[in-house]
Design a binder for this molecule. Sequence first.
Ligand code: PGA
Length: 253
Amino acid sequence: MKRKPLIAGNWKMNTSTDEAVSLVKEMLAELEKSTNVEVTLCPPFISLIPLYDLVSLSSISLGAQNMHYEEKGAFTGEISALMLKPFCKYVIIGHSERRQLFGETNEIINKKLQKALEVGITPILCLGETLEHRNSGCAEKMIINQLRASLGNIRDISSMVIAYEPIWAIGTGINAGVNEVSLIMDAIRRAISDFYGQPSAERLRLLYGGSVNSHNAIDYLSSGTIDGALVGGASLKAQQFTGIVKQASQVGC
Ligand code: PGA
């Protein structure tokens, strides 16, 4: 089954609203030329509304970098899926920075996934192993455990996206080899097929993240096992990001 590639830009805690607007203005026309690929931008929360005004008539969608699993209430500093819904098609859930720096457990991630699906925002679930796990040869086992624990008793994952992001490759310039990524992607797809059946596994888009740039993106995108990329640093540079999107469009359908 051919899956349309998805390129997601994770801007993390970067850009003022003015910078965010300028960056999108710089990229928009170029991004729109690439038709065989889906593009989503995940800016800081406060830029979602000004950027929505810019992209709402285009093919580019927006995503959030995080959300709370409750819909409203006394959760100072948090943003709910219901608040994001008018602006966001996607939400990144369980990024390793959230897991490591903000204590997000698989249980919390599971609640967030459930709420995002209930509200109708597509979650991009992030999974990734540490360098220790990679070096001790148990990366695959760790990823599948993380997958199982994050999904919990969720019954329908038809609209979910999964991003495999080895922690040691994020922001380091040391990207994982295509073959080692492909092995993990195959393992994830097999596990999804076991849990949810073959059709769900075939529909599922699996992204790679970790030091993706316009020079190495094509290696991943043309592998046949990787359906797109979650891009951090390079998504803040117009030329880099549009270059990645263009490559995805060349291999896309
Ligand atoms: P990077 O980040 O592309 O800067 O490695 C990826 C991510 O954290 O999603």
